[in-house]
Design a protein around this ligand. Structure first.
Ligand SMILES: *Cc1c(COP(=O)(O)O)cnc(C)c1O
Ligand code: SF4
Length: 434
């Protein structure tokens, strides 16, 4: 029998390493977990975390809440409530106030990306870039473990009116039939690989007969958080046969694997899962944010991309920490991120230079920080869209004044004394529809 134990703040005392943690560490976990989602499983605690090196261990920092994720005032407030054993409702109320101040709905996802049919919003669907649609199956709005830096944290925090999800695939099918320009459907969450093979079939099979849909992607961290999903779980072979069925239907199936640290794909369990998935004809691409305390150096990225190449995983995106939740704890200045990216990128063979980044997913689109350079005597960031709300913007270069500390588009000022970036007027028009 495969052992799957899940740990949250409520049953932490059942964790075998509980005794090895200080009172202070345990209190921090309980306090921060009252605001941000915390859940880890026995695979992560037994195979990935180096317990001799906590709290510095990167996988520990990736899965266990850290004190500085909260602003000191908020931390003290929650800490006081937890210490005084306040009731669950009091704690929930206080946590809710803090959560709502952490920009839980960044980049206008709710207002700008929810498509409509006959003026009715289609819940659980996002359509931002012409070619691709995101779908959020209701049952996939959890993960095998939660990443501390997750930008989807409101999905897991009970902020109901900020949650995207749908348990019905029919609106998606209707939408795709009405929008033949959509070639690519991305199943996301949470993690769709928490679902049973049967449910996964329910959502994906109907797409196989839509000729305009050419590629299907599944965003997942199961390779790292629970690789047994593809090897030893009771319906793993049913799942893999279904991947074969997708491939046989003539569609490309791509796993968008979320891999934050090379250790995640060192594990023999993960390597076996990679082989199984690739043997179905599916491809695996990788994406992850660059985050302080977890992977903020070039050596880690170079090692990670190199290992991916050896396993047949295609490096795809390096993201920047989004402007939500505990961003201040994990963020890196753009200048530092692009230097790390370049230092790792230049040591890869061309096969590894499929990766793009560092990339900001913001309201106008995905903006890549291409490099720092001197132009007309001014030190600038060269930026470009790889994805944009208006497809005409894609690949267009633009420039911002260099800044040592800027960590997001909102911190940037257009270069050469311009008043605004070229896309700002049009963005205002997008917003004015709502
Ligand atoms: C990132 C993203 C996509 C996919 O972008 P690619 O560059 O094609 O990987 C699609 N929709 C949304 C809303 C996204 O944020
Ligand atoms: S796997 Fe993805 S969705 Fe799940 S917690 Fe991590 S970052 Fe968030």
């Amino acid at each position: 029998m495969l052992k799957y134990r899940s740990y949250t703040a409520n049953n932490l005392q059942t964790l075998p390493q509980y005794g090895g943690m200080s009172e202070d560490q345990l209190h921090v976990i309980k306090t921060v977990a009252s605001v941000y989602p915390f859940r880890v499983n026995s695979y992560v605690t037994e195979h990935l975390i180096d317990w001799s090196n906590i709290p510095e261990d990167p996988i520990f920092r990736l899965s266990f809440p850290q004190a500085d994720m909260l602003d000191p005032l908020d931390f003290n407030r929650m800490s006081g409530l937890v210490r005084s054993k306040a009731g669950p409702e009091t704690i929930r109320q206080a946590a809710r106030e803090i959560q709502l101040l952490q920009n839980p709905n960044p980049a206008g996802q709710m207002e700008l990306n929810t498509p409509r049919i006959n003026d009715e919003p289609l819940h659980g669907i996002q359509h931002k870039y012409r070619e691709s649609v995101l779908f959020f199956p209701s049952e996939a709005q959890i993960c095998h473990a939660y990443c501390t830096y997750c930008f989807r944290w409101p999905q897991f925090s009970g902020l109901e009116n900020l949650k995207f999800a749908n348990n019905d695939v029919k609106p998606l099918i209707d939408y795709l039939n009405a929008h033949p320009e959509v070639k690519d459907v991305i199943f996301t969450g949470g993690d769709p690989m928490v679902m049973s093979a049967e449910l996964i079939k329910k959502y994906i099979r109907p797409l196989l007969s839509i000729p305009t849909v050419k590629t299907i992607r599944i965003g997942t961290k199961a390779l790292s958080w629970w690789p047994y999903r593809f090897t030893a779980e009771h319906d793993a072979s049913e799942l893999l046969s279904f991947f074969e069925e997708i491939v046989a239907s003539g569609k490309h199936l791509a796993f968008m694997a979320h891999i934050s640290h090379p250790r995640e794909i060192d594990a023999p369990e993960a390597i076996e899962a990679v082989h199984r998935i690739r043997s179905t004809g599916a491809a695996i691409r990788s994406q992850s944010p660059i985050a302080r305390h977890i992977n903020d150096n070039a050596h880690t990225w170079e090692t990670m991309w190199q290992k991916q190449l050896e396993l047949g995983i295609i490096p795809y995106y390096m993201f920047l920490e989004r402007d939500t939740g505990a961003k201040h704890y994990f963020e890196l200045p753009l200048a530092q991120a692009v230097e790390i990216f370049n230092d790792a990128y230049r040591n890869m063979s061309g096969l590894g230079r499929t990766v793009r980044g560092p990339s900001m997913s913001c309201s106008p689109g995905k903006i890549i920080v291409q490099n720092v350079m001197e132009l007309h005597g001014e030190k600038v960031f060269a930026l470009k869209f790889t994805q944009s709300r208006n497809p005409e913007w894609t690949n267009r270069l633009f420039f911002a004044e260099y800044s040592e500390s800027a960590s997001w588009i909102d911190d940037l000022v257009p270069a050469f004394g311009h008043d605004e970036f070229f896309f700002e007027k049009e963005m205002e028009e997008f917003y004015s529809y709502y």
